[in-house]
Design a protein around this ligand. Structure first.
Ligand code: SAM
Length: 296
């Protein structure tokens, strides 16, 4: 069923909910976007242009999917709610720029954390060409999804993700701020991160209890000098174990002897009273290298 009122509006979303006797499933993090400005803001942040290949995570009833398709993208979407295929196939536009919906949209009914991108996209997307990932994420799996995608061999040019505002602030935080911590450094050491836009809770149906924001992650042009990410993440975690204490205090786990510890810190050009949140990414990289070479 085609309709010229966008899915991402309160009136159309309510009509779909009524027509299919559906309800938003809390356990799947279902908060549907009903604000066309916010949806278009996501499409713009993702820089979607004609013939872009998009992987969408969690299309829901298709509010974002519809605007991605109308912006010219070919969309492959992962979804887990078995009630949604019928709705998506009926409610999304049946023809887009003269093409049938099937030529432009493919639904994969699978948990994205179990995706086999090569297999799932075969015959529909060309993984040798750029892929943009776009999602209004279920908030409870935001960070596992980000790290899963970073670790995957999927050659994506950007990840445009709606998430809880507090998580967006942590991902994009600068040193010496409250939001700066292990999650910031884990992500910023692997990806370029940009805060794109805020989205009010009134933009969703049902309204979530928290505010939301959109973040765009893209591969770093210059890879940082980190040979062992597992060790780097571990150092950061230990350094922040007690964030109110000094770096020196937190590093007791690595170096019990105070003099040795203080020498390592001053050799890095750092003040002995420095707190973990004052260190930049480069300083954490240098710290991690210095600790690793002591163990070698
Ligand atoms: N994109 C829609 C929108 O913006 O209105 C719906 C977004 S809603 C916040 C999240 C969607 O992700 C839901 O449709 C939910 O069923 C789906 N979902 C939840 N867990 C998932 C998973 N592990 N893999 C794929 N989709 C998932």
């Amino acid at each position: 069923m085609s309709n010229n009122i966008a899915i991402g509006t309160p009136v159309r979303t309510q009509a779909i909910i009524n027509r299919y006797f559906m309800h938003a499933k809390k356990n799947l993090g279902q908060n549907f976007l009903v604000d066309l400005d916010a949806i278009k803001g996501i499409v713009k942040a993702a820089d979607i242009t004609k013939n872009d290949q998009v992987i969408e995570i969690g299309p829901g009833i298709g509010s974002l999917t519809e605007q991605l398709l109308l912006a010219g993208a070919k969309v492959l979407a992962y979804e887990v709610d078995q009630d949604l295929p019928e709705i998506l196939h009926n409610e999304l536009p049946q023809t887009i720029e003269g093409q049938e919906l099937d030529q432009r949209f493919k639904l994969v009914m699978k948990d994205v954390l179990k995706a086999d991108f090569e297999k799932d996209t075969a015959g529909f997307l060309d993984l040798n060409k750029p892929i943009k990932i776009v999602a209004n994420l279920p908030y409870y799996i935001t960070t596992p999804i980000i790290f899963d995608l970073i670790k995957s061999d999927l050659n994506f040019v950007s990840l445009t993700l709606m998430m809880q505002k507090e998580v967006a602030e942590r991902l994009t935080a600068a040193p010496k701020t409250k939001a700066y911590g292990p999650l910031t450094l884990a992500v910023q050491s692997r990806m370029h991160v940009k805060y794109a836009l805020d989205v009010k809770s009134t933009s969703f149906m049902p309204r979530p209890k928290v505010d939301s924001a959109v973040v765009v992650l893209s591969p770093l042009v210059q890879k940082p000098d980190i040979s062992d990410y597992k060790y780097f993440d571990h150092v950061v975690k230990i350094a922040f174990a007690q964030r109110r204490k000094t770096l020196s205090n937190n590093l007791k786990t690595f170096i019990a002897d105070k003099d040795e510890r203080e020498k390592l810190i001053t050799d890095l050009g750092l003040d002995l009273r420095v707190r973990p949140e004052e260190l930049t990414l480069d300083q954490f990289i240098a710290l991690s290298k210095a600790l690793a070479s002591r163990q070698a």
